[in-house]
Write a protein that binds this ligand. Sequence first.
Ligand code: GLN
Length: 269
Amino acid sequence: MASKTLIAGIIVLIIVVGAVAYYFMGKGGGETYSPTTTTTTTTAQKKVLKVGTSPDFPPFEYIAENGSIVGFDIDLVRHLAKMIGYDDIEIVSIDFDGLIPALQQGQIDVIAAGMTITEERAQQVDFTIPYWQADQAILVRNDSDVKPASAEELEGLTVGVQQGTTAQSYLEDLVGNGTNINIKVYTSYVLAVQDLVNGRIDAVVVDKPVAQTFEKTYPVTISGVIETGEKYGLAVQKGNTELLNALNNALQQFMNSPEWDQLIQKYFG
Ligand code: GLN
């Protein structure tokens, strides 16, 4: 008898619990559906990757005649973004030395700016695997009397660099070690090269592939190379491993594809 009552009790309990659960599922379900609807709306919107760059570093990033920002890095990121599920990229133009702060503040998702992977920067951002390697070059006017072939030969000269670059820290280290160089810092490498052309400074120290591009568009020439063996990486916010891993996988894959060679051909041909 006792067990029968117990079984009946359990059955009643199951029915009650079931009914209550059913009731709340209906209500609660309705409530959980509204945020789901919002999510659906978001997904329907375009997924855009915000890319920060400083478009004064040809052929990696520069301003085309029609005013749009183009270059190797831009094509690279557009390609990677597509590979990892973004519909589009949005280019945000920021002075080179403002890129890391902009990334940290969340104004952009990724930096694509021929940025050298350095220990100091790696404390502030996360870098992808390297995608390019470069040395520094010394750029002078074609008709220049001085043609410094090495860093030591910059002694006594006024030398332009872009703010926040590895070239700036390299020159500052030289000065710190006793070399007499008058460093002139510019917000953009294009302005530095223009001042060089106008005779306001003696030389510009800039990444070699970029110096080679300036040689084609300005009356300037490379007088020497400083072998720094820098490696460029894209940068994401520190700890954004999801984006970092996705970019690294895509980058690895892309660099092993024929499109990579086509991209190099397009900008370095
Ligand atoms: N590669 C250099 C650096 O990272 C210069 C980059 C640039 O001026 N865009 O400092």
